[in-house]
Each structure stands twice: as C-alpha cells, then as structure tokens.
Design a protein around this ligand. Structure first.
Ligand code: GLN
Ligand code: ZN
Length: 764
C-alpha cells in the first residue's frame, strides 16, 4: 500500500474557530481554558478529517495558537529577557506577549518583529537571539500533542522546525551570527527527539525550508554538523522536509545528511525528481510533494501520476505521497463553498480535497479498481477548465499578442514629462499629498456592511459615500494640501475592490488562509482571462474632481499587487496573468485621464514580496513585473502625472527595477527608519520625483511640524529640491479623523516652511 502523509494542516478552522477563540480570550471575554478547549477540539477534528481523507500519517505539533516559529522559540526557551518574568509567571500570557506585545498591569513590552514566511503571504515572528545564550526545553508541546493524537488512536508524525532553519530565520540583537548558537541548541533537539521516541513516535518531520535557498559555506557546514550530531542519539526516524522550491545545488548536501527520509517539492520543482532519486542513498524514504499546498486548484492528476509512477518504479514502498508543503497556505474545505457555481467549484481543491487527491494517486499506483473512475472525473474537470470560454477569451489573447514594446513606454522621457506636468499642474515646490485612503470610520464600515446585507439601498449608500467624499475633499482643502484624493470610502480592500469589478475573478465564502496570528485573508481567485467590463473608479474620481479646483489624484491598485494578493491560475505563467491585469488597468488609467484626472497613482506595495527565493531568478521576475506596471501606466499623455506607492523599506537590491518602472513620482515609507531608506535612492541617484513618508501612519502618535521638518531636511540634504514631495508613509484608513487632521496640518506647515527657506536661499 502506498503511503500518504501530510506536512501540516491549516489550524485556524474552516470557520475560523481559532480566530474567534483567540480574540475572545485576548479581550477577556473567555478563559484560557476555553481557548485550550477550542484548540484541542480543532486538533482532534483535523486529525480525524485527515484520516478520513485517506492520510496514513497526519502531522502533529503543526498546530499553533499563533505561529509555529514562535512555538519553536518558546519551546527552546529562546525568550528575550524582557518577557521572561511574565512567561515564568503565566506561560500563555508570556507567549502572547512575544506575539503581540503587552501594555497593561505594569508591563510595557513590544512584540517580536514579524516578517514574511518565504514567498507566501503568511508572516512568522522572528525569534530574537543573543550571543552566548542558552537553550532549554520549556513545556512539552510536541510531546503533549503527539500523545493527544495517540489517545484518539491516531499515530502522527510530530513536526519541528529544523535547527539550522530555526537559527537562520532568527535574528540576533547583537548582530552576531545566529549559527554560532548551533552547539548550544543541538542538545535540546537531542533531548526532545529522545523524548518523542520514548513516547512512541516512529517518525518526526524536521522542516528545513532554507535548503531551497542560496546557502553559504557556513550554513552548509552547519547542516552537516547539526544532522551528524542528531544522528548520535536515540530518536525516531527523521524526515527532512524541504519545500517552496528546488534543492538544486543543495541536493548533494541534503542527500548526504544522515536522516531516514527526504521530502521534496515537486510542484514548484518537478524537474528535480530524477536527480533526487539518483542522489537518494539506498533505504531512504522519498516523500514526493505532488499536490500544491499553497494554491486552490485541482491537481492535474494524470501529470502527477506520471511522476509518482516513475518514482514508485525506482523506490517501491519507499515512496510516500504528500502535498508540496504544509497545507497551512490553503483554505480548509471546498464543501463550504455553496455559492460558487458547480463548474467553477469543480476546478478547485482546498486542503481536504488535496488530501483526497493524494489518496487517489496512491490508490491508482496500487492498482485499486475504483481509482480509474476518480482519475476520469478529475480529467473531465481539468478538460472543462481547459476548454471553458469563461477562462479563455480570444479577445484577450489577441490583445496580448498585439502588445509591442512601445506599449510599455511613455511617449517622452521623464525630463520632458516633468516640464509638461509642471505647466499643467502648477504645483509649488515640495508639493503635499496623501497616499489615498482617509479614515475608514465605524460609520463607513457599517454603511458598507448594511449595503451588502441589503439593509441600506444602493441609492442611499451612494449618497452616503458622496457625503463622505465631499467632506474629505473639503477637509483637504482646509488643510491646504496640493494634490487631493477622494478618500477611498467605497473600497473594502485594495485588491478585492478591483477583483469584484473585473471579469475572470471569483470570490469564495470561506476561503480563509492565515496571514498571521488570528488574522486571515480571503484572496480572490483569478480563474480566467481578465477583462474590464466597465470603468471601475472613474465615477468617484470624477465626482471628487468636480468638487475642487485642485488636482484630484486617481487611485488604482497595480497589476503586480493584484496578482500577488490573489490565488492565481496555474494554467499559464504568472507573467501572462499579470500582463492581462495590466491591460485592464491601462484602460482604466486612460478613462481616468479622459475624465479629466491629471494625476493617477498606481499602488504597488507587493512588488518586493513577489521576489523569487533564489537570486538567480530575480531578474526574470523583476523584468515582467516592471513591464506590467509600465503597460498599465504608459498610455497617458506626457502631461498626465503617474504616481506609484510602495509601503516598505528595503530598496537596496531592487532600486534599478523601481527606477525602471519610470513613475513620475514614487512615495515610500521612511519615517520610522528616519529616512535611512533613502540611501538606495541617493546612491543610485534616482532620477524622478520621490515622496519619502514623514508621518508614521502605523502609530496613533501625531508628529509635530518640527519633527517632520527634520525629516524633510534630511531628505533635502541628499535629494534635489525639485524632486521632493511631502506625504505620509501610507494610506490613512486605520487612523482617526482627529489625529489625521492634526498630522496633516503639521505636514503642510512643514512643507510651507521648507518652501520659504528654499526661496530665501534662492534669493540670497
Ligand atoms: N492607496 C492605498 C491607501 O491609501 C495604499 C495602501 C497600501 O499601500 N497598502 O490605502
Ligand atoms: Zn502603503
């Protein structure tokens, strides 16, 4: 019998039960006991569900109340000193303090830093380590969860983050190399593995996703040393799990480590199968990741079966079938999607369905009589998708084919455009603007919810939005901003708002995936060729412009960001899908221009997070990402000013591509780092205009004029004065009106003072 295993299951619950339980506990509405009860019930349900779907060995310790990396840090007692007293007194409170910070009962602790988990949309907490620190086992989470499953009659494979990945994903507060701590850490793994063996675990899974990234010699040596050390003591058999890409040059290393099995990602990197089989030492298990753990499409089972049969031919029972990575990145159960039409639903598979697909593959290998019917049904679904006119639209293909390099090129170069825009817009030096959204008050969110549930008519909702927009325009005029925005009150989310108006997008009811902690996102599903049936933003922008003589900035979400924050179709390249979105946005940009909007911002906050895990693949990605942005932006006249916005920090390694986007103006986040981010722009001599944020919108703090002036002076030291815009770090939707007003008053005052100073300097 061919074995089916799983690397990890979504823990939030099909109906986000864990989210509710966490938030009730945090707000004091429910007890720690009731949170733990919910958690235990979810684990039991998920083990049961996996067994019923046909998984022979489900994972344990893949559950987490907040984050699996935080769990590892906590388990190894890698707890920074500031949290220690609390963690000793109340472990659960200490754990959540690391995750979220605390500000009560005399505690004032900020949370650990959070960052993206490889190239997924999941965020993990970055353990904070220190040279010379020790590690010890704190609590027994992996053992307890293993026993919990055993008590239900289910043999599981405990999952642990491997020691080298754990250290490489951490940061040290003193800048010392985290790998220096390896020898201090390994005894804790030895102890834990021994305890798991004593408890009856046959296998453990050590996740080492760092093996699919570029590694230096020190890291490679750490792998050799770590796994040699772990092999010297009694332990369960070890499955070394790699995912999110090919092992490539790390394959000889991974194959040489003394473990009992290797998991590889054959969805991202099917081409590595043959090399992996050849490199695998005799007797080792190969866990073949054949079903995509991070997307929502039905697997092309015939293709997967070719790989599986090939591997089976070489390995026989030493072949296990698994998802490519943990199913953490998939929604739980397609059965809840009762509102999707049957055809579309037939194209999808969520976590539960993915496990059923693996069982079917295993049964097909084993020659089970029923398998052929299952494969035939899957084949029919794939075929219906392949032929569906909802997916493939000749007009879109024709338009894509007709694209020429000129379509991704503004008519003139920036210096000439700058003159045309100066004449058209007549802006003062150091022009002021905002990033788009204004406070999304409870009133705004309630009106949207009431409209959605049918309690507020479309006409009344429209009238409400018009009032909000007008108020927002008047406030901006009073504050004295130069380039205004309409406020984005009509938008729920910057991707969803566009997806809902474009063809080729679908929305699920319960397709939640964890973003971090209790936060989940429900990404749109891009299933078909993208078209724009009608203008999406023109009406509100035009209305807002009609209220004022000042320039009104149109506001769009860029093609790369729409792509990055959606579930993307897998039957064509991401580049092709991105180009389709770009063309739809290009039409929107042109419609805005025709409607009299002379400044248009195309937000691309997600460009950086799309970077491939291996440097060698960056170039290709950046090329098509930049091209897509340019396609969306390049149809306009010279005098129309294109802005873009990115809300992050690190530009050093992508600055050439950011410049190649050729936006007339870019706004970026800089206030928290006190303008450090500008380094990249300065060293590179960024040619166009730039608005380094001077107001940290993530904090309720209101900076005063002097503080913003200080930041602007820093910027003015390194940038040409005619390059500088004055704006906040990001949109204001999470802020209240009072602080927004106060901060923007100060911002405008700071810009005015800078203008006077530079006029004096010119006169002198
Ligand atoms: N225009 C958007 C806003 O202001 C930009 C949001 C973002 O950068 N994430 O809300
Ligand atoms: Zn932003």
């Amino acid at each position: 019998m061919t074995t089916v295993t799983n690397l990890g299951f979504p823990r939030i619950g099909a109906k986000r039960e864990l989210k509710r339980a966490l938030e009730a506990y945090w707000s004091g509405e429910s007890s720690a006991q009731s949170l733990q009860d919910t958690a235990r019930a979810l684990r039991a349900r998920h083990w049961q569900l996996q067994r019923e779907a046909g998984v022979d060995v489900p994972p344990s310790n893949d559950f987490s109340l907040y984050d699996q990396v935080l769990d590892a840090a906590f388990l190894f007692d890698a707890i920074p000193a500031r949290y220690r007293a609390l963690a000793d007194a109340d472990p659960l409170a200490g754990y959540f303090a690391l995750a979220r910070g605390v500000q009560r009962d005399g505690h004032d602790l900020h949370a650990l830093e959070m960052t993206k988990w490889f190239d997924t949309n999941y965020h993990y907490l970055v353990p904070e380590l220190q040279a010379g620190q020790g590690f010890a086992l704190r609590g027994d989470k992996p053992l307890a969860e293993y026993r919990e499953a055993r008590a239900l009659g289910i043999q599981t494979r405990p999952v642990l983050l491997g020691p080298v990945s754990f250290l490489l994903l951490s940061k040290t507060v003193d800048g010392s190399p985290a790998l220096d701590l390896l020898d201090a850490l390994l005894p804790v793994y030895v102890e834990l593995l021994g305890a798991l063996k004593d408890a009856g675990a046959e296998w453990v899974q050590l996740d080492e996703p760092l093996l699919v990234q570029d590694l230096d010699e020190t890291a490679r040596a750490a792998y050799v040393h770590a796994y040699a050390t772990l092999a010297t003591a009694p332990r369960p058999k070890v499955l070394l799990a790699t995912y999110f890409g090919a092992l490539d040059d790390n394959l000889p290393l991974a194959a040489s480590l003394p473990v009992d099995g290797l998991h590889v990602d054959l969805v991202r990197a099917p081409e590595q199968l043959d090399a992996v089989i050849k490199a695998l030492p005799a007797g080792r298990v190969l866990s073949a990741g054949l079903v995509n753990g991070r997307n929502i499409w039905r697997t092309h089972l015939d293709n997967a079966l070719v790989l599986a049969r090939y591997a089976h031919g070489h390995l026989g029972n030493r072949l296990w079938l698994s998802p490519s990575c943990s199913l953490l990145h998939s929604p739980v159960d397609l059965a809840l999607e009762t509102r999707l039409d049957d055809e579309l639903r037939g194209w999808l598979a969520f976590a539960r369905q993915k496990l059923q697909e693996l069982r079917l593959l295993a049964d097909a290998i084993d020659g089970a009589a029923h398998a052929e019917a299952g494969l035939a049904e899957a084949r029919a679904r794939i075929e219906s998708r392949r032929q569906s006119p909802r997916v493939h639209k000749p007009a879109v293909a024709a338009r894509l084919a007709a694209l020429t390099p000129a379509d991704a090129q503004r008519h003139s170069r920036y210096p000439q455009r700058h003159l045309a825009q100066a004449a058209a817009l007549k802006l003062p030096r150091f022009p002021t603007t905002t990033i788009g959204s204004f406070p999304q008050t409870l009133e705004v969110r309630e009106a949207r919810a009431r409209n959605k549930s049918g309690k507020l008519s479309d006409a009344d909702y429209d009238a409400f939005l018009a009032t909000q927009t007008e108020h927002c325009v008047r406030v901006q005029e009073q504050i004295g901003l130069d380039v205004l925005v309409h406020g984005e009150f009509e938008r729920n989310d910057m991707v969803e708002y566009f997806g809902e108006q474009l063809d080729g997008f679908a929305f699920t009811r319960s397709g939640w995936v964890q973003s971090y902690g209790s936060r989940c996102v429900k990404p749109p599903v891009i299933y078909g060729d993208v078209t724009r049936p009608q203008p999406m933003t023109v009406r509100w922008s035009q209305y807002a412009q009609s209220l004022t003589d000042r320039p009104m900035k149109g506001m769009l979400t860029g093609p790369v960001t729409v792509l990055q924050w959606s579930f993307v179709r897998d039957d064509q390249s991401r580049a092709a899908t991105c180009r389709q979105i770009a063309l739809a946005l290009r039409d929107e940009v042109l419609d805005l221009e025709a409607a009299g909007i002379g400044v248009i911002q195309i937000d691309e906050p997600a460009i950086r997070e799309g970077l491939p895990l291996r440097r060698a693949q960056w170039r290709e990605y950046l090329d098509w990402a930049v091209e897509a942005f340019r396609i969306s932006a390049s149809g306009v006249r010279d005098s129309t000013q294109i802005h873009t916005h990115m809300c992050y920090s690190e530009f050093n390694d992508i600055i050439h591509s950011v410049a190649a986007m050729d936006a007339d103006v870019i706004s970026i986040e800089t206030s928290r780092s006190r303008m450090e981010l500008l380094d990249a722009f300065v060293r590179f001599q960024y040619p166009n205009e730039i608005g380094p944020g001077v107001y940290d919108i993530h904090s309720p703090r209101v900076p005063d004029k002097e503080e913003m002036l200080a930041l602007l002076r820093k910027a003015a030291e390194v940038l040409r004065p005619e390059q500088i815009w004055v704006n906040p770090d990001c949109g204001l939707k999470t802020r209240g009106w009072k602080e927004t007003r106060a901060a923007l008053d100060a911002l405008v005052a700071a810009a005015r003072q800078l203008r006077e100073e530079s006029a004096d300097a010119n006169a002198a």
